[in-house]
Design a protein around this ligand. Structure first.
Ligand SMILES: C[C@](O)(CO)[C@H](O)COP(=O)(O)OP(=O)(O)OC[C@H]1O[C@@H](n2ccc(N)nc2=O)[C@H](O)[C@@H]1O
Ligand SMILES: Nc1ncnc2c1ncn2[C@@H]1O[C@H](COP(=O)(O)OP(=O)(O)OP(=O)(O)O)[C@@H](O)[C@H]1O
Length: 295
């Protein structure tokens, strides 16, 4: 018997970042939107904890206990006083170290898959609690849809979305370390104001208005990501020239996100980005996508 869970990637349509806190994290107003690029995590009984991974970026994924999926299984097992005797297989389609919460998706997926496999019966509140311990983005990977994350991004308020949005994601050659991008933000922004969600952006999500969303997208980490990975400016320019409504760095990058009018525009912009030579590949996807779910 095995259990497979599908989990979406995310893009941050607003990422407002405050000053560094005493614990090293930053307070955020983080508007998450789940997008239809997915990892699948399968949990099956095994003699001991084992992780395998397949997919184009699999070589960059650690298979030891530092893997976020393994950490999720260990955290659930420990709380319930049982061994983490499970084989976790990750079918990886979300870019690694790309700012799309791929590791977080695998953590949320492993948690849900182990809960079902082991019959743990953890409540939603307990699962969300474990998610928050594992990482700031992990609760959103479980919930999906759209949500405003406050605190370090782990305290979620679900948001209504009035329609589908179409995107293209340009996958960069290489990754960026999330802590390094936050450190660069601190260096570039010595007097960051307290973060606040944009009412105009929340309204654009609520009405499903792509043009209004395009006018309100923002990412306070973008300048830091560009400072560490200057070639991203060429990718942003290529997508904009190809007709995207708006372009921004996804979270801590280096994946870049292009909001487009419809599915046809997504195919056109993706083709232009691939031909531009400014990214490794370009992937169309729609949002919102559902959160982690057993298949
Ligand atoms: C950039 C985003 O992806 C936007 O959603 C997230 O803020 C990052 O979330 P994540 O990868 O789950 O991050 P965590 O695993 O919780 O933290 C990794 C590191 O990122 C930095 N970090 C993360 C979240 C936050 N609110 N402030 C931070 O400064 C810290 O240096 C932390 O040590
Ligand atoms: N299951 C996992 N999948 C991918 N990377 C993992 C996983 N577990 C641990 N890692 C490590 O975490 C690092 C960041 O990977 P991840 O793909 O989660 O980055 P990210 O998408 O930029 O994260 P975020 O958007 O949440 O900041 C990788 O370089 C890898 O070493």
């Amino acid at each position: 018997m095995s259990v497979t869970v599908r989990v979406p990637a995310k893009v941050n349509v607003q990422l407002a970042v405050g000053p560094a806190r005493p614990d090293g994290f930053h307070d955020l107003a983080n508007v998450f939107l789940a997008v239809g690029l997915y990892d699948e995590v399968t949990a099956a009984p095994a003699d001991e904890l084992r992780v395998t991974c397949a997919g184009p970026d699999a070589a960059q994924v650690p298979l030891d206990r530092t893997n976020l999926a393994a950490r999720a299984a260990l955290a659930l097992a420990e709380r319930h006083g049982r061994p983490a005797d499970v084989h976790l297989h990750i079918a990886k389609d979300i870019p690694v170290a790309g700012g799309m919460a791929g590791g977080s998706a695998d953590a949320a997926g492993a948690l849900l898959a182990c809960d079902a496999l082991w019959g743990t019966g953890a409540s939603r509140a307990e699962l969300l609690d474990i998610c928050a311990e594992l990482g700031s983005d992990v609760p959103f990977s479980l919930v999906g849809g759209a949500a405003l994350g406050t605190g370090r991004g782990e305290r979620l308020q679900e948001l209504a979305v009035g329609g589908d949005f179409h995107w293209v994601f340009a996958v960069a050659d290489g990754g960026l370390s999330t802590p390094a991008v936050y450190r660069e933000f601190d260096r570039l922004t010595p007097d960051a104001p307290a973060p606040e969600a944009s009412p105009a952006l929340l309204e654009a999500l609520r009405t499903g208005d792509a043009a209004a969303l395009a006018a309100t997208l923002s990412n306070d980490l973008q300048a830091a990501a560009l400072s560490l990975f200057p070639a991203l400016a060429d990718t942003l320019k290529a997508g904009t020239e190809a007709g995207a409504l708006a372009a921004l760095v996804s979270g801590s990058g280096p994946t870049t996100a292009f909001l487009v009018k419809d599915a046809d525009a997504a195919e056109r912009v993706a083709a232009a980005l691939r031909a531009s030579g400014t990214c490794r590949t370009a992937r169309p996807a729609t949002s919102p996508a559902p959160g982690a779910g057993v298949l």
